[in-house]
Design a protein around this ligand. Sequence first.
Ligand code: ADP
Ligand code: MG
Length: 383
Amino acid sequence: MLTTGGTPPFGGRSVPELGGSAMAGVTFDQVSKRFGNVAVIEDFDLEILDREFMVLVGPSGCGKSTALRMIAGLEELSGGRILIGERVVNDLPPKERDIAMVFQSYALYPHMSVRENLEFGLKIRKMPRPEIDRLVEQAAEILDIGHLLDRRPRQLSGGQRQRVAVGRAIVRQPAVFLFDEPLSNLDAKLRTQMRAEITKLQKRLQTTCVYVTHDQVEAMTMGHRIAVMNAGRLQQVGPPLEVYEKPANLFVANFIGTPPMNFFEGERTDGVLEAAGLRIELPPAMRAAAEKSSRPRVVAGIRPEHVTVSRPPAEGPSAPVSGSVEVVEPLGHEVIVYVRVGDSLFAASTDSRTRPAAGETLTLHLRTEQLHLFDPESGARLN
Ligand code: ADP
Ligand code: MG
């Protein structure tokens, strides 16, 4: 029996039978993967909880699809173990893993109708006809594709095809959904809408999801937790806000957030950080953290929303620095002002009434309590 939280399900209707399958988390235990002698995944440890929505996010080529395909059984491991629930699945064929995967390409059968596409996986498992009909009807209702059941994939829009692809996964009532960049082929508006729908669907079905994307906004908005990857290695795992507010290293700090965090390198003497035109008194806690590093050089980072233009911020101490405006980017509700300070270009997020002109000299105020400090060698976070 399905239990949903307080949020109304898809379309406000109740579909009690779908999603009632076995539940399971997914565990990567010291997983590695090589293609020939090229290591694409190394030392990979990750525990995805039962019913969790986990997003694997990282730049193109970092190994996300490979990690997902190893869960699915489409790639063999070179080392380590993967568990689905309590079971080590290393040697299980894909069809015995109780997973369903949705691809970017949709991978629908072009010569079959939508209904036949939805039924296909159930028929080959010899499910009785009434059961197939029931599951297809329910999935069609949840995804609002009931009126499309007799069409062929080529008669559908991109968004409709994506729904069918999702429908094909949910009729199988798997213990785990695997999504590989399922929204990449959709236009921006539809992508935002489908993002919300997939989130709601997961809440509704309470099925463990592993969702791969290179899009950090998608990761931030969809994941219960996000796992940030780079070059085959896990960089940080945590709830989206925690990763945003306390990035574990320079890579994560740079990858998560738009416009990206500002960085500048400087020299620390006692509690003062000096960098291109800036002299920052570090708050006590930050000072103690920075002193854990024996090196005087640090890389400091600050997000654009913690840099104010012209006026000091309403709260907290700040450090002023002046520079000349290079670019002004009006985004509607906010304006991003890029200011040249020595070797660094600082982005400051300001409200839409602020419209400095290129070439103008102005003062930025950095909220010192919001600084992130990193070791320049290892990239590791210090504070
Ligand atoms: P992502 O999904 O994060 O973009 P992938 O997992 O697809 O990354 O790929 C990770 C790395 O592994 C890339 O360098 C890619 O070229 C390589 N790779 C992926 N599949 C194969 C393969 N079948 N043979 C050789 N190299 C591969
Ligand atoms: Mg990929």
